[in-house]
Every structure is written in structure tokens, then in C-alpha cells.
Design a protein around this ligand. Structure first.
Ligand code: ADP
Ligand code: MG
Length: 685
């Protein structure tokens, strides 16, 4: 393949004759040249020196400067992977792990899964004999500590995207700091796009204590290195008046850019798969009905559940004469670099997790981003040449109302998973743990209380045996794991692992395709009166009977990729549960035991219908919060008196996704401690 220089930006684009197959996309020499052009290349020697001489190196550099793809390769070239050792690079997002690993394998000219591999939950593509660089989510690395507390196979661990402050990143940083005291040979790199490098550095100040005497070890105070980027100027446009509907505004902004601005790709930031799909549909409709010129537009979605094949389209160069529009969640904010972006459209929102320990409610909310995020998003437009960013909010709002920084996820999450993981790693004093950002004591107490009610912790707040250890071992939320373990006693584990696998994928239904009525009818074919969980069992059975046919999925408005994933995850859960000594058994037609098993895990999410309001309002038994069944549920408008939900999403109201009807007497059976103060609630009616 031949690479040609683009006259405008001096950036490499593929010539039309180049092969598009990924392994032959680049000749070896051109890859080397490309690598040397990245800003981080000038710092190669400095980085290697700092890593050699310091236990912790903090590297700050703007998105696209080459941190993620280059530094692990430098380390490998310098011998950090010799002698069977591994270089790890963590990412908060699964899609970023896959995309970056694929890119690095391509740059090194090796097959993914050999020298370069990756591991995400339920997917392991590496070879213990040959892998030298391993990309993984921070959550997976935490899990690896359960088998290998000192992470002895790794020589260097690069905790990437640290500015995201995901809950797993924060737990990992706290634990790595502990490991460093025991392993003077381990090196940490903490890298990010914008970091309060100072506070990270303070966090990693380690007094050497016993290591103090050793002369040969690395220096313990962290080194800080800042990579100078060479971003181009980005012109910012604000709207004059607040926008009513950011999806409509997005679409009209994209079409007017296409109409009036010179060539260059557009990156749009929306919040999730649902509004991304909605905007793509609207974009197509608008373009057709108003006769607006949309020829030459290639519109692509980008969100975490995207299948691998579609990911490749995102990264492949835009054909000449075309304009790519990538409509993304905030995954494109810093985790992934897209070449050729000149215009950014920023909705000003992202989907964020919020938890209120008083009401004990956690949900995903579409919420305003911070100024720091807004700047990151704008920066994506200036990678290849001067660009433009269109913000769908007013300047007044940006200046006066947007918060400067986001809140670490640790401080806005339910801590149930976090607590059980630390317990499983033998960290008993959780309140006294050395956190990069302390979680609230209320949230911590709530988590301990639920884990106690789940039978996972005992009176001394230690893991129970075997239930507590089993729950910790299964790589799912503790409530799902508990449901699986209970299903073993109830004789419905075959059914429950199918349900657990289905709940692990984003959605098995195809969103927004075709007529809503047809889709609802398709759903009705599988709908079970007990609720969504039992409906999943019908879908799974149908899929198996169809011979796992993609046509069958298409006809029934089911997402074939998601169904294949369900089968894969189910198989993994089958292996994990067998290893834990859980006997797999089917309850055949007895759905009562299935509902009891769900109750055993999710009793804390029980709700009762407020019959007198006649509008489908429920209240949570525990916190008396108003909630409603989500329209996507098979129980929408059916409104059984007592239900349990799997998760909440919040828009104008709090909506319960995936619900199942229960008998309230099961709550007392499943969690007497949890419900004893609420007895009058649970037995009223
Ligand atoms: P950082 O981690 O500093 O944000 P990366 O290492 O992710 O930067 O990216 C460095 C460069 O590598 C990008 O500017 C881009 O040119 C290139 N790159 C990264 N990932 C891909 C990919 N999947 N396909 C094509 N080019 C990529
Ligand atoms: Mg990166």
C-alpha cells in the first residue's frame, strides 16, 4: 500500500489504491514514520528514563499525542517485557481496550492475541506464552488481584485515562499504592489527558519505611512529565438561545455544517445509544424530506456496545469527496482518537451515574458535562488542522453555570461492588482505606448493610463462607451473583444463568428500527406475564430453536449480535458456576422459583403499586421513592401490585428497566433483616 500526503493538513491518508484489509493497511516503514510524528515520540528517552528510575511516573498529554498506543511499545522495546514479564495498560472502557489493542497489534505487525492481547470481562484474547503487552479494563485488573494480590506477572502497569476517575480506576490506584510498598521492581505509569497532576502526585508520595535503606531501588516520589501537544486552534461557537431539543439541534447543526463548511469530518457528542440512534434516524429523515443536501455524508454511530465490524468503519479513513459524521457518546472525548475530525458538535450532556445513599437509589441520568469535558470535546476538532466546535448551549451557561470539574464516580455510585471486591482482597478496614477520593460514609454504610442482608458479610463484616466468597468470585454485580447462588438451592440455575447473561448485555431488542407497532407485536410473541426476566427465557429458547439464526432475530426485532453475546456469556457463567460447585439444574415450567431466585438477589429493589393514583406510580418499599415501569418493559401498563426492578433510568421520571412480579411475602423470607423495620409496609394491603 502507498501512503500519500494530504495537501491541507500534512496528515497521512490512504491512497485510493490501498488495500483496506487491516493487516496490510500499512507498510512497515510508513508505520515507523507515523509513530515518529506523534508528540510523545520526542519524550521517548525521557519516559524510559523516568520509568527506570521512579516507582511512579505521571504523564499528562493531550488526546491523540500517542500515550496509549506508543508508551507500551516503548516499554517493550526497552526490555520491560523480557523474561516472560508483562506490560499492562488499563482503560476504563471495554471498547477502548479492544480498539487500542487492535491498533497496537497493527502497528507492530503482529496478530492480535499474540504479542499484543487484551482482556475485558467475558472476553480474553491473549496468549500466556507470547503476550508482552496486554490491554485490559481497570475492572479486570482488579479481579486479577484476587488470584495474584501482588500482580506479580506485570513489570509495568500503566493506568490510563486516570482523569476519568472511574470507580475502578480509583480503587485500583489505592491498591497499587499498597502493592508498591511490597514490590520495588514494579513500575506504575499514570497517564491522562488532563489531570490534576499535583494531587495525583501527592497521593503517590510514599514514605519508604523499610525500603528506605535499599540503595538500588527506584525513587519513591513520583515523576511528572507533561507532553506538549501541537493542537490547532479551535474556533468556538455558542448558541444564542438555550436549545429545546438537543437531538433536533444536533441534526440541523450537522446539516448546516455540511452545507456551508469546507470538507472535514464531524464528531458529535450525544449521551447514549438511544439518542444516537434517534439522531441518525432524524438525520436521514430531515435530509430526505427537506431536500437538504446530505449526499456525501457517511453517518456512523459510536457507543460501547458497538460490534467489532462497525468499530472498524469508524477508524477507517474517509474516502475522498465524502464527509464522515461520527455520532458518539463521550467515549470519543479522550479514550479514542479519530483522525480527520475538523468539526465538533457538543450537546453539553453525557450519561452519568448518580447515587443517593438516603433514598438508596442509583440511576443513569442525562446530565450536564463539566467545563473540563467541554474543553476536551472542543479539542477533538483541532487534531489535523484548525477546526470549529459548535456548542449547543449558551456562552452565559458555559461561563456561569457549568461546573469546572466532574465529580469522581466513587462519590456518585452505589458501593456494593466496590466493598465486596476490597473485602475479597482482604482489606477489612474499608473506611480507613487510602482512597484517591473518599466515598461518603453514608454510601459505605448502605453498601455494608445490603451485603449483610445478602448474606455475603457476617456480623464482623467479614465475607461469609462459602456464599460471600462465591459471590465475590462471580464477575457480576453482587446482587446478580447472589441470585445465581440462590438459584442453585431453588433448582433453577439453568434459567437464572440465562437471565443473568441477558441482563449483562445492553439490550436484546433492536432499537428504533421500523414501526413501533410491529416491534411491540414482536415483543408480545415472547412476553411473559411474570415479567421481563421470564420473557428473556422465552427469547433464548426461541433463538436456540431457530438454530441461532440471524434471520430469525431480524424478523423478531432482536439484536443478533446481542443474542450471540448472551450465548457466549452464558457459557462462561456455566463454567464459573461449575467451578464454584453450583449444580446446574432446570426448573422446567416452574416460574415461581425463578421469581424467588430473582428476589433473593434483588429484594432491595422491591416496589409496590400506588393503586389509588391510577397512573402506574410505584413506590420503592425501602425508601418510598416514586418510580414507574419503563415503556420497554413487557409489564408496562400491566402494573402488577408488587414488583422488583433490575435498574433505573431517569428522564422526566425514574423509570424501572427489566421488572418482574413477586409475592411480597418472599421479601421477608429473602431478607428478614433488611425488611424488619418495614414490616408494616411489606404486609399492608
Ligand atoms: P493518546 O492516548 O495520547 O490519546 P493514542 O495513542 O490513542 O493517543 O493515539 C495516537 C495516534 O495514533 C492518534 O493520533 C492516531 O493518529 C493514531 N491512532 C490511534 N488509534 C487508531 C486507530 N484505531 N486507527 C487509526 N489510527 C489510530
Ligand atoms: Mg489514550
Amino acid at each position: 500500500p502507498r501512503l500519500v500526503d494530504d495537501e491541507e493538513g500534512g496528515v497521512l491518508f490512504l491512497s485510493a489504491s490501498a488495500s483496506s484489509s487491516s493487516s496490510s493497511r500499512f507498510g512497515y516503514a510508513s508505520v515507523e514514520k507515523q509513530r515518529q510524528r506523534l508528540p510523545v515520540y520526542k519524550y521517548r528517552t525521557a519516559i524510559l528514563y523516568l520509568v527506570e528510575t521512579h516507582a511512579t511516573t505521571i504523564i499528562v498529554g493531550e488526546t491523540g499525542s500517542g500515550k496509549t498506543t506508543q508508551i507500551p511499545q516503548y516499554l517493550k522495546e526497552a526490555g520491560w517485557a523480557d523474561g516472560g514479564r508483562l506490560i499492562a495498560c488499563t482503560q476504563p472502557r471495554r471498547l477502548a481496550v479492544q480498539a487500542v489493542a487492535a491498533r497496537v497489534a497493527e502497528e507492530m505487525g503482529v496478530k492480535l492475541g499474540e504479542e499484543v492481547g487484551y482482556t475485558i470481562r467475558f472476553e480474553d484474547l491473549m496468549n500466556p506464552g507470547t503476550t508482552m503487552i496486554k490491554f485490559l479494563t481497570d475492572g479486570v485488573l482488579l479481579r486479577e488481584m484476587m488470584d495474584d494480590p501482588l500482580l506479580t506477572k506485570y513489570s509495568v502497569i500503566m493506568v490510563d485515562e486516570a482523569h476519568e476517575r472511574s470507580i475502578s480506576t480509583d480503587i485500583l490506584l489505592g491498591l497499587l499504592k499498597k502493592i508498591q510498598r511490597r514490590r520495588s521492581d514494579l513500575r506504575l505509569i499514570i497517564s491522562s489527558a488532563t489531570i490534576e497532576a499535583k494531587s495525583m502526585s501527592t497521593f503517590f508520595q510514599i514514605r519508604r519505611r523499610s525500603l528506605e535503606a535499599a540503595e538500588s531501588g527506584p525513587r519513591m516520589e513520583p515523576a511528572i512529565l507533561s507532553v506538549e501537544g501541537r493542537g490547532f486552534n479551535v474556533q468556538i461557537h455558542f448558541v444564542e438561545e438555550p436549545v429545546q431539543d438537543y437531538i433536533r439541534s444536533t441534526v440541523s447543526t450537522v446539516l448546516s455544517i455540511h452545507d456551508q463548511e469546507p470538507m472535514g469530518d464531524i464528531l458529535v457528542f450525544l449521551t447514549g445509544q438511544d439518542d444516537i440512534d434517534a439522531s441518525i434516524q432524524l438525520l436521514n429523515e430531515e435530509a430526505q424530506s427537506n431536500g437538504k443536501n446530505s449526499s456525501g455524508l457517511i453517518v456512523l454511530p459510536l457507543y460501547s456496545g458497538l460490534p467489532r465490524a462497525e468499530q472498524e468503519l469508524i477508524f477507517s479513513p474517509t474516502p475522498r469527496g465524502k464527509r464522515k459524521v461520527v455520532i458518539s457518546t463521550n467515549i470519543a472525548e479522550t479514550s479514542l482518537t479519530l483522525e480527520g475530525i475538523v468539526y465538533v458538535v457538543d450537546s453539553g450532556f453525557s450519561k452519568q451515574r448518580f447515587y443517593n445513599p438516603i433514598s438508596d437509589i442509583e440511576n443513569l441520568v442525562v446530565a450536564p458535562i463539566s467545563k473540563a469535558s467541554a474543553r476536551q470535546r472542543a479539542g477533538r476538532a483541532g487534531r489535523v488542522r484548525p477546526g470549529k466546535c459548535y456548542r449547543l448551549y449558551t456562552e452565559e451557561y458555559f461561563v456561569n453555570e457549568m461546573s469546572a470539574e466532574g465529580i469522581p464516580e466513587m462519590q456518585r455510585s452505589n458501593l456494593v461492588s466496590c466493598v465486596i471486591q476490597l473485602k475479597a482482597l482482604g482489606i477489612d478496614n474499608i473506611l480507613g482505606f487510602d482512597w484517591p477520593a473518599s466515598p461518603s460514609p453514608e454510601a459505605m454504610i448502605r453498601a455494608l448493610e445490603i451485603l449483610y442482608s445478602l448474606g455475603v458479610l457476617d456480623d464482623d463484616a467479614k465475607l461469609t463462607s462459602p456464599a460471600g466468597f462465591q459471590v465475590a468470585e462471580i464477575p457480576l454485580e453482587p446482587m446478580v451473583s447472589k441470585m445465581i447462588i440462590s438459584s442453585s438451592e431453588l433448582g433453577c440455575s439453568e434459567e437464572i444463568i440465562t437471565i443473568a447473561a441477558t441482563l449483562s448485555v445492553q439490550s436484546i431488542w433492536v432499537p428504533g428500527r421500523g414501526v413501533k407497532k410491529d416491534m411491540d407485536e414482536a415483543k408480545l410473541r415472547f412476553a411473559a406475564s411474570e415479567g421481563d426476566h421470564v420473557t428473556f427465557l422465552n427469547v433464548y429458547k426461541g433463538f436456540l430453536q431457530s438454530g441461532k439464526s440471524s434471520q430469525w432475530c431480524h424478523k423478531n426485532y432482536l439484536n443478533y449480535q446481542a443474542m450471540k453475546k448472551v450465548i457466549e456469556i452464558r457459557e462462561q457463567l456455566r463454567r464459573i458456576t461449575q467451578r464454584l460447585g453450583i449444580v446446574l439444574k432446570s426448573c422446567e415450567r416452574d416460574m415461581q422459583v425463578v421469581r424467588k431466585a430473582v428476589t433473593a438477589g434483588f429484594f432491595a429493589n422491591a416496589c409496590r403499586l400506588e393503586a389509588f393514583t391510577h397512573n402506574g406510580m410505584y413506590k420503592t418499599v425501602r425508601g418510598s421513592q416514586e418510580v414507574y415501569i419503563h415503556p420497554s418493559s413487557v409489564l408496562f401498563r400491566v402494573n402488577p401490585k408488587w414488583i422488583i426492578y433490575h435498574s433505573l433510568v431517569s428522564t422526566d421520571r425514574q423509570y424501572m428497566r427489566n421488572v418482574i412480579s413477586i409475592d411480597p411475602s418472599w421479601l421477608m423470607e429473602a431478607a428478614p433483616h433488611f425488611y424488619q423495620h418495614h414490616r408494616h409496609n411489606a404486609t399492608a394491603h
